[in-house]
Design a protein around this ligand. Sequence first.
Ligand SMILES: N[C@@H](CCC(=O)N[C@@H](CS)C(=O)NCC(=O)O)C(=O)O
Length: 253
Amino acid sequence: MADIKLYGYSTSPFVRKVAACLYYKHLPFEHIPVNPVDPDRMIGFTGGRQVPVLAIGDEWKLDSTPIAIWLDERYPERPLLPSCPEMRAKIMKIDDWLNESFLPSYFRSALDAKKDLAFKYRAWRLAALVSAHTPLPEKIRHMWPDILQMAPFIVEMVSKIDREESLQDMQMRLGMEMVRHLNRGPFLGGSDTPTLVDLALFPQLIFPYMAGLTDKIPTDAVPQLKIWTRAVAKHLPRNPILVPDDFIVAYLD
Ligand SMILES: N[C@@H](CCC(=O)N[C@@H](CS)C(=O)NCC(=O)O)C(=O)O
């Protein structure tokens, strides 16, 4: 089998999405950490700064969803997308919601945050997680709260969000949409097996808890979502978030 390499940093939801797809498909891969301050060193060959990048042998691809489609083409076992056209269209629609609304909402909460102590601690923790793989200069780590609020890709991603709606209303709406997408389950879109969208959403929900940014999984307050989280977890390793084990603060019960 060709060597599979996943380039990226664990703090990116799109990188974690691709990692979860690889774990779900039982495909061994090497995680190549990319320093977000100096991405060229590792992914200069792409001509850009965007992660995730997945390389299979001599070929490589950008963009989490096209990467997942490519993985299914190359390795059809344990498909990420259903073969039934109707179900596939449904999953792709949920994936659009994840890519365009749900995941960017996390970047909005960083951008709109007051620079209070709680925000600074979370930002410094994120810097420590990046630094665990690709050491950042101390000065850069200290500046991480400012860097998060200035990063051009974050500013650009958030500029596409309608900020007329308050952050709190947006988070509430997204939570309700998540429950609607779960349908009757057991997996998103009413699928019987996990798909790309479960593997994109799950690491995002558990990352802050496992990596020491929050002390709860907020969706655990909703019984259907708590059941769904544990059902997805059964298909993945105990630590599927690309953070070194000794940085994990809590595991799913
Ligand atoms: N549509 C892309 C989005 C990837 C993305 O936004 N990656 C961010 C990290 S979360 C990135 O590489 N930002 C650095 C940059 O673009 O300069 C995907 O699904 O993979």
